[in-house]
Design a protein around this ligand. Structure first.
Ligand code: C2E
Ligand code: CA
Ligand code: CA
Length: 275
């Protein structure tokens, strides 16, 4: 048992070293990426399920690395969140996305909405509301065309603080969506108190909607819940026509997913969806 304990300790040490090293590598490379402008936004369309119209898009960050190619946010966002780089990175996302949607709306004569992911650390930042206010002013973008996606975890981290902050965001007029709704293991009571606009049903439930009765039941309940709370409901990660059909029959409001469009870089998004 003693021998085993020793091995275990070594194993964990080795693993820890590797992770720390990996993190440091990503951290260093990320500083350069920000400077070298290797970060790009991709855009994925969101549709009204009743009219079929595109209502807006979600900005999803990519790191276009000269050697590694396109690095997914799943790899570097958690590191950036830990190192605090998420603040600089997140501010860049807000600015870039607001500038882009203002330009697209001007060029197309439409009023499309831009959804942006706000990470927990970013949401908790004291300066966030002022920062967003200044970007809206600078870009001259109507606040209601900016939608902030926050996760349930953020929402319930410190209820009092969160309500205060959400109220300030509502005051300036931006929209709030709860991302990955249903995966946060949180009580539903916060929905009564939080000034939010939209629930985004998490992909795992959508995945099972055609085959797993429980998943279909959960999705149906979220849609009903949303309706009675006067919130819009969007399903994300919709991949098949069968899923689309079921979501339509459940009267889900909005849809996002590969079945209707993958995230695309600016130029391609313009070609396919705008001009
Ligand atoms: P998320 O906010 O839940 O974004 C949805 C993810 O699902 C995106 O992955 C998107 O490309 C992917 N997706 C969309 N439709 C489908 C589909 O039909 N099938 C499948 N299999 N996947 C689909 P992505 O772009 O790799 O982003 C992963 C996560 O990284 C995001 O999850 C979000 O939490 C985070 N992220 C991305 N961009 C940003 C950002 O600018 N700021 C912050 N803080 N986080 C970001
Ligand atoms: Ca999101
Ligand atoms: Ca999500």
């Amino acid at each position: 048992a003693k021998e085993q304990g020793k091995n275990q300790a070594q194993f964990f040490d080795g693993k820890m070293e590797q992770t720390v090293c990996q993190k440091t590598m990503i951290e260093t490379a990320l500083y350069q990426a920000i400077e070298k402008r290797e970060l790009k936004l991709f855009y994925q369309p969101q549709f009204d399920l009743v009219t079929g119209d595109m209502i807006g898009m979600e900005a999803l960050i990519r790191w276009v690395h000269p050697e590694m190619g396109i690095v997914s946010p799943g790899v570097f966002i958690p590191v950036a969140e830990e190192t605090g780089q998420i603040i600089v990175l997140g501010e860049w996302v807000i600015e870039e996305a607001c500038r882009q949607i203002k330009q697209w709306n001007e060029q197309s004569g439409r009023s499309l909405q831009m959804s942006i992911n706000i990470s927990p650390k970013q949401f908790l930042q004291e300066n966030l509301v002022n920062y967003i206010t200044s970007v809206l002013k600078e870009t001259n973008l109507p606040a209601e065309l900016l939608d902030l996606e926050i996760t349930e975890g953020v929402a319930v981290f410190n209820e009092k603080y969160t309500i205060e902050k959400l109220k300030r965001l509502k005051q300036i007029g931006v929209h709030i969506s709860i991302d990955d709704f249903g995966t946060g293991y949180s009580s539903l009571s916060y929905l009564r108190k939080f000034p939010i606009d939209r629930l985004k049903i998490a992909k795992p439930f959508i995945d099972g909607i055609t085959e797993v009765e429980e998943d279909a039941a959960i999705v149906a309940s979220i849609i009903v819940l949303g309706k009675s709370l006067k919130l819009r409901v969007i399903a994300e990660g919709v991949e098949t026509n069968e899923q689309l059909r079921i979501l339509r029959s459940l009267r889900c409001d909005e849809i996002q997913g590969y079945v209707l469009g993958k995230p695309l870089p600016k130029e391609e998004f313009e070609k396919v969806y705008l001009f």
